[in-house]
Design a binder for this molecule. Structure first.
Ligand code: GDP
Ligand code: MG
Length: 311
């Protein structure tokens, strides 16, 4: 075991940060690291917090951290934000909102851009969460902007998915967005200090009555992260879901979804990197000129490359 890993396991934040940077770079060397780490994982409860930008995910996370810390938990936070490579602003916002926890040795916070990360959240975020799990953070919060594919991905890396809604944002649309109802384990209507929050709660409950009932009925929390209200009940709902998972087949099914995703992502990543290096070599060799002259064709070239990769 290398000493960096040893120091990280002992809780040294700088070493943990270096490990996370290593998986974030997505180099093939990180695979060996993950192999070493994996046996130490599987203990943490992972909470995914998703919802539109500005819904209050970071503010809520910060409140949750305070509460979890008061109960003696060690908390890891990974904030994923697709907008970060362009503006940097959102990440700065997340940092500021969670700043008060940055000196707490029992809290580890990391922002990650999701740029270029095939499969959105998967990959680097999962591996970062596994690192935090191995390093003794028993509760891990993954904050992700709910756009496009990422909210669907969040189920592949979280035990409990929390969907944050707010009044005045075209709520029906927020709720109806494909797949959202199905993946949320806990609903949170934040900004209860604003008009219309109760209406959103009622709308969510109506929606839950309409969709086919499942053994776990997602509870709906009403919070004002800004005014620190409703956070205890929100956390209680998360804990109810965690307990539900621990005593039912649904819990095992969720774990299997995550494991399948781990293998599949790793496989895809491996194949993708081999394809691109084989293709780069072929291209540098002038294969496109040969195709243009009709000496060969794209289909033969592709299957030749694949044949060589799989050999
Ligand atoms: N009025 C009100 N504003 C809030 C509440 N929670 C968060 N905010 C504000 O909403 C803005 C976005 O919050 P942030 O946590 O960064 O949202 P995120 O993009 O989902 O992470 C910030 O200006 C917060 O201060 C709340 O409960 N009520
Ligand atoms: Mg945020």
């Amino acid at each position: 075991m290398d000493s960096l890993f040893e120091r990280a396991l002992a809780g040294d934040k700088r070493s943990i940060a270096r490990l996370v940077s290593e998986v974030e770079r997505r180099e093939s060397s990180s695979r060996d690291l993950m192999r070493q780490i994996y046996p130490y994982t599987g203990k943490a409860h992972t909470i995914g917090i998703t919802g539109s930008p500005g819904a209050g995910k970071s503010t809520l996370s910060s409140r949750l951290i305070t509460l979890l810390r008061s109960q003696g938990h060690r908390v890891g936070v990974i904030a994923v934000d697709p907008s970060s490579p362009f503006t940097g602003g959102a990440i700065l916002g997340d940092r500021l909102r969670m700043q008060e926890h940055s000196l707490d040795p029992g809290v580890f916070i990391r922002s990650m851009g999701s740029r270029g990360n095939l499969g959105g959240l998967s990959g680097a975020t999962r591996e970062a969460a596994l690192i935090l799990d191995a390093c003794g953070y028993d509760t891990i919060i993954i904050e992700t902007v709910g756009v496009g594919q990422s909210e669907i991905d969040v189920i592949r890396i979280s035990d409990t998915v929390c969907l944050v809604l707010v009044p005045g944002m075209g709520d029906d649309v927020q709720i109806m967005k494909a797949g959202i109802m199905e993946i949320a384990d806990v609903f949170v209507v934040n900004k209860s200090d604003r008009d219309g929050a109760e209406k959103v709660v009622a709308d969510v409950r109506i929606m839950l009555d309409i969709i086919p009932a499942r053994p776990w009925r997602p509870p709906v929390s009403l919070t004002s992260a800004e005014h620190d209200s409703g956070i205890e009940e929100f956390l209680k709902n998360i804990e109810l879901h965690r307990d539900y998972l621990s005593r039912t087949e649904d819990g095992r099914a969720r774990k299997l979804i995550q494991i399948e995703a781990e293998v599949e992502d790793s496989l895809r990543r491996d194949i993708a990197s081999r394809v691109s290096s084989a293709w780069d070599a072929e291209r540098a060799d002038g294969i496109c000129d040969r195709i243009e002259k009709r000496e060969t064709d794209p289909y033969t070239v592709a299957s030749d490359i694949l044949g060589r990769i799989l050999k």
